[in-house]
Design a protein. Structure first.
Length: 310
């Protein structure tokens, strides 16, 4: 497998204060782990590019984009809510994060890579069409999905989200859209407290109790996601890769292990191989224990490269 690794140093210029868990150190932890293990050197590394206003506006109304622009401080930090803060470089980083997924989609459709991992921040899956929240400003995976539809005429996009929090933003943008299937596993009940019981036919919710371990997670994914994915037959698989369901993560109470991330990535790749000519683009969402985040990302990349977990 040719796996592209997209990132950008300017993603680290966004910060929300020294105590905030969504820290620039997250990307450093991933890169250090992948370099130490030799995995990074096996990927095709490239810089992300900023998403254009046209690309962002496919999922976020222009008036909302303008409102975010007006919130950007000239210096210091301003809060949009208790969790989501902006510094002068926040929207630059956010455009790069969304643009990475756009570039990833281009790479797989131009057959320049089999799959892509976007090591970027801020994350995106809580960003609703008109609401930045949950550390998120633009919905990165949604921008990528919309780009695939607009540029390549893709009719069936599957978005697989295994973050510990439900992807309320992705659901908000695509609910009841028959051309997008959203599969989301998450600790229940838990933030974001909205869409947790979504009735949309194109949303597959997999709520998990606090304390859920890897074998239970795997059974739930197989039972809930696989029938829907085989029926849907996606032409493109997008992954919102959150690593905060790990046993060691401080922000939640699920108990996944490193190898569970390898397993769920392999599952996504098998769907992509069956229906999407291997086209898979993954983007970083959560993960707040640096060591566990690095190991989870390593397991994810090993699977994308076609390597065994151990």
């Amino acid at each position: 497998m040719i796996t592209a690794y997209l990132s950008h140093p300017d993603c680290q210029r966004h910060h929300m204060g020294p105590e905030h868990p969504e820290s620039p150190l997250r990307l450093e932890a991933i890169r250090a782990r992948l370099m130490l293990s030799g995995i990074l050197q096996q990927t095709m590394q490239s810089d992300a590019r900023e998403a254009t206003e046209e690309q962002l506006a496919r999922v976020h109304p222009l008036r909302h984009l303008r409102a975010l622009d007006k919130c950007l401080p000239e210096h210091g930090i301003v809060a949009l809510d208790g969790d989501t803060l902006m510094n002068p470089d926040t929207l630059l980083a956010a455009r790069l994060a969304a643009g990475a997924v756009v570039r990833g989609v281009d790479l797989v459709f131009r057959q320049q890579a089999d799959n892509v991992f976007c090591a970027v921040r801020p994350p995106g899956h809580h960003a609703e069409a008109t609401d930045a929240m949950g550390f998120c400003f633009y919905n990165n995976v949604a921008v990528g999905a919309a780009h695939a539809r607009a540029k390549y005429g893709v009719r069936r996009v599957a978005i697989l989200d295994f973050d510990v929090h439900q992807c309320n933003g992705t659901i908000d943008i695509f609910q009841d859209d028959p051309e997008v299937l959203v599969c989301t596993s998450f600790q229940y009940p838990f933030y974001p407290w909205r869409y947790l019981r979504s009735e949309s036919r194109n949303v597959i919710n997999t709520p998990l109790d606090a304390g859920t371990d890897g074998p239970t997670f795997r059974r739930a994914i197989e039972d809930d996601w696989l029938p829907a994915l085989h029926a849907f037959k996606p032409e493109l698989v997008l992954v919102s890769a959150g690593f905060d369901a790990h046993r060691e993560d401080p922000l939640a109470e699920l108990c996944l292990e490193d190898e569970d991330y390898h397993w769920v990535t392999r599952l996504a790749m098998e769907i992509a191989a069956l229906y999407a000519d291997n086209r898979l683009v993954s983007v970083l969402e959560g993960g707040y224990d640096p060591d566990a985040l690095g190991r989870g990302a390593e397991a994810h990349l090993k699977a994308l490269l076609g390597l065994p977990f151990a």
